[in-house]
Design a protein around this ligand. Structure first.
Ligand SMILES: Nc1ncnc2c1ncn2[C@@H]1O[C@H](COP(=O)(O)OP(=O)(O)O)[C@@H](O)[C@H]1O
Ligand SMILES: N[C@@H](CCC(=O)OP(=O)(O)O)C(=O)O
Length: 373
């Protein structure tokens, strides 16, 4: 049974607070350097990697000399803001040695539920990957408190996995994987090597956090795997201090627990997401060439192929694409709002900047955000 990471091209790697901060003793720069070395090797193997790193609060508490985790949310938020500086400094320094740039990306769950922000986050992350930069992602703790209460970067890891449609989510933690029961409490607990993501039995095995630093425990990891599987991504839960864990997994060695997704879900999941979540806000009439490009050639929709736009839609909202006879052929998320669309329709994409004064994407609807009916 080989590791599914061998054939995964795009990975989201999540590292938890207890690992990053050595159980709250301050940032473990050696461990971070070791992950950076491994990620650099994954890049050489042709993989794309995004990092979701916790540890801001734990590092902030250390920097502020706080021995006990405060209860007041605003104090936790302040600690996160202080600690985040340390986190990004260390990541940037470690990756720099490999000639790689990092980028700080702070997100909230709400950002990813909002259509326009979802599109913005997605295109920024994709652009960073295309530029060979390693995004270092954490929650934006200054503006939200819900996440701090639950302390749950596992969910953020899954949301990012869905967002960029990564092939796998790797959750690195302080245990060797998911056990049949919390190994801190049950010495007979056995390691689960492989299971189906979303299997309800897993939720019964997983307990809360075992350390004073980690927050979510195994349950949030199992639920994150379930969520990642919705976009067809597999999840691996492994011990972050296992020597060369990422490289060995990428070479096919089975380490920790792998929770498999049904890959046939990948396209279906996206279609379902579009169908379930979104209301049609506008309508685009496509000329025959654009209809052919979408239906037969699997291409994106460019403004030049649109002859009419109606409705009052914003960037990121769903529009129906109809042919000149009025038959709906596709639905997708518009990259430009209704008034902008009306100004650029029938125009080549190279003219967008001259007309609008800026250019977001050359496509009106990107292929990835388009579902044929
Ligand atoms: N079934 C289980 N298998 C493994 N660990 C478990 C299980 N149930 C609960 N845990 C606890 O979950 C902890 C990992 O979660 P957490 O402390 O939140 O780490 P992180 O900071 O990496 O997210 C482990 O240290 C362990 O005590
Ligand atoms: N965003 C916060 C909290 C995240 C958190 O505790 O997550 P985790 O350690 O992965 O369970 C931080 O960076 O400290």
């Amino acid at each position: 049974m080989p590791s599914i990471l061998a054939k995964s091209r795009c990975l989201v790697v999540k590292v938890g607070s207890s690992l990053v901060t050595n159980e709250g003793q301050g940032l473990d720069t050696q461990a971070i350097a070791h992950w950076a070395d491994q990620i650099a090797r994954l890049k050489e193997m042709g993989k794309q990697v995004l990092l979701v790193s916790s540890g801001a609060i734990a590092e902030g508490m250390q920097r502020l000399g706080w021995k006990k985790r405060p209860h007041a949310l605003h104090e936790l938020q302040a600690a996160a803001a202080v600690g985040q500086m340390g986190l990004v400094q260390v990541y940037e320094t470690c990756f720099r040695k490999h000639g790689l740039h990092t980028a700080q990306v702070l997100l909230t769950h709400e950002d990813l539920a909002d259509r326009a922000r979802y599109l913005n986050a997605r295109s920024t992350l994709r652009t960073l990957l295309a530029l060979n930069v390693i995004p270092v992602i954490n929650e934006n703790d200054t503006v939200v408190t819900e996440e701090i209460k639950f302390g749950d970067n596992d969910t953020l890891g899954a949301l990012v996995t869905n967002l960029v449609e990564a092939d796998a989510l790797v959750i690195m933690t302080d245990q060797k994987g998911l056990y049949s029961a919390d190994p801190r409490k049950d010495p007979h607990a056995r390691l689960i090597q492989e299971a189906r993501a979303g299997d309800p039995e897993l939720e019964k095995m997983a307990g809360g956090a075992g350390s004073a630093i980690g927050r979510g425990g195994m349950l949030t990891k199992v639920l994150a795997a379930k969520r990642a599987a919705r976009s067809g991504a597999h999840t691996v839960i492994a011990w972050g201090r296992e020597p060369d864990v990422l490289v060995r997994l990428a070479k096919g060695e089975l380490i920790g627990t792998q929770l498999l997704a049904d890959e046939t879900n990948k396209v279906a999941a996206r279609k379902k997401w579009l169908a379930d979540h979104l209301q049609v806000r506008g309508r685009l009439v496509l000329d025959a060439g654009a209809v052919r490009a979408l239906v037969e050639e699997g291409k994106s929709l460019l403004p030049i192929g649109v002859v009419e736009a109606s409705g009052d839609f914003g960037r990121g909202e769903v529009v129906a694409c109809v042919d000149e006879a009025g038959r709906e052929i596709a639905r997708g998320l518009a990259n430009y709002d209704a008034s902008e669309t009306r100004r650029i329709l029938r125009q080549p994409s190279s003219r967008i900047e001259a007309i609008l004064g800026y250019v977001d994407e050359p496509e009106l609807i990107h292929r990835d955000n388009l579902v044929l009916l």
